[in-house]
Design a protein around this ligand. Structure first.
Ligand SMILES: Cc1ncc(COP(=O)(O)O)c(C=O)c1O
Length: 393
């Protein structure tokens, strides 16, 4: 066997999205691209904003001397300063260049944070429904995840959070707006999470970090303000990227922001910088760092995603699906009309609609719809959603 037993098992557990992607290729060959409605991937079809192309063209016309060389492992001073400045205006906190570390996407950021914080056998608490990669990322650093369940509005059960935090817990990892539910955790919820962490730190005499994975933080609907985690726990760190808010997932550019009020901040940032280097990232892509420094106040057209959310929510609820209306991101997580989400997703596939079973996110009986697709793909899927629903009701 070419791969280890563990990786072979992981590949099996983490294969839902890949499986739907592969099914999509086969179906598209069979029935034609325009007759298959692939809502399985979080890969935006939206192009980056015009400002991105303008900045790219400016830099190509007037390259900065040495811009493609190695740089400090934390990233370019100018880019980190631009990110810090944007965070100051967003949060009212006093971010400094030293609080920011440029990374290879949010995925790279999470791995750098975990590598820096976790010893073997440490524990990471995550919330259901979750982004499945968290399990694999924690394992990369010898740690294990435990999962806080949620209610039918995807609000976590914080009594269970308290019971899952043990002396080995080093990190509580939230993700909001959430993939797959699109739910945004409000200030009240985050504040209670902060209080639970503080009381457990006192009980165990430990230090627990609140880490927020937030690549969708700027994709918020209905004029909602984003509740930043920094004020809910001093030991807080954000992992994020421009994969979604600038529609640049293939360019692998993101950053880590450390709470300016975190104790031992300098040691922490030194550790993060060391791990960014030694995980082999070395530094985040140089060209992208030059570009995003100029684009910190720019975001893709969020109103487009809000219109798509409204269209899909109205269509699915009119059919009879039970759906919690998302406050952000570009996912919806409806309840399947039968308990077995895998069987229901299979039925949808027969109607040429591809989505991902909730089991892939730790919640059976649900399925994830990604609506970062063209209007035609979204509209074309509705008949299939209706026919599959009618099969079971
Ligand atoms: C919740 C969540 N975290 C992290 C990531 C990874 O993002 P990136 O492409 O910036 O590495 C994704 C990507 O879909 C995601 O949905």
């Amino acid at each position: 066997m070419a791969v280890s037993r563990k990786i072979s098992e992981f590949m099996e557990q983490g294969s839902w999205i890949r499986k739907m992607f592969e099914d999509g290729i086969v179906l598209k060959q069979q029935f034609g691209e325009e007759n298959v409605f692939d809502l399985s991937l979080g890969n935006p079809v939206m192009e980056p904003p015009q400002e991105f192309f303008d900045a790219l063209s400016d830099i190509a016309k007037e390259p900065i001397k040495g811009m493609h060389r190695y740089m400090p492992n934390a990233g370019l001073e100018t880019t980190r300063a631009a990110v810090a400045q944007e965070l100051c205006s967003e949060t009212g906190l006093d971010f400094d260049t030293e609080d920011i570390l440029m990374t290879v996407g949010a995925g790279g950021a999470l791995n750098v944070i975990m590598k820096t914080l976790l010893d073997p056998d440490d524990e990471v608490v995550i919330f259901s429904p979750y982004f499945v990669e968290y399990f694999f990322y924690a394992d990369n650093h010898g740690a294990k995840c435990s999962v806080v369940p949620c209610d039918d509005r995807f609000i976590p059960d914080l009594k269970v959070l308290a019971s899952l935090i043990t002396p080995k817990t080093r990190m509580v990892l939230t993700s909001s707006p959430n993939n797959p539910s699109g739910i945004v955790y409000d200030s009240q919820l985050l504040s209670t999470i902060g209080e639970v962490i503080k009381s457990k730190e006192q009980e165990y005499g430990s230090e627990i970090f609140l880490v927020s994975d937030e690549p969708y933080r700027k994709i918020l609907f209905d004029g909602m303000e984003y509740p930043h985690i920094y004020r809910f726990h001093p030991r807080s760190i954000v992992a994020t990227s421009h994969s979604k808010d600038l529609a640049l997932p293939g360019e692998r550019i993101g950053f880590i922001a450390v709470n300016p009020n975190c104790d031992d901040k300098n040691e922490l940032v030194d550790g993060l910088t060391f791990c960014n280097r030694t995980l082999g990232f070395v530094n985040a892509p140089a060209l992208m760092q030059h570009l995003v420094a100029r684009l910190q106040s720019v975001t893709i057209d969020v109103s487009k995603y809000q219109a798509q959310r409204d269209f899909l929510y109205d269509a699915l609820t009119a059919i009879g699906y039970n759906v919690v209306k998302p406050g952000g991101a570009f996912y919806m997580f409806p309840k399947a009309p039968i308990e077995n989400d895998v069987v229901f997703v299979d039925e949808l596939r027969k109607h040429k609609v591809l989505v991902v079973p909730g089991s892939g996110f730790g919640m059976q009986g649900y399925f994830r719809v990604s609506y970062c697709v063209t209007d035609a793909t979204l509209a074309g899927a509705i008949d299939g959603f209706r026919d599959a629903f009618d099969t079971f009701t």
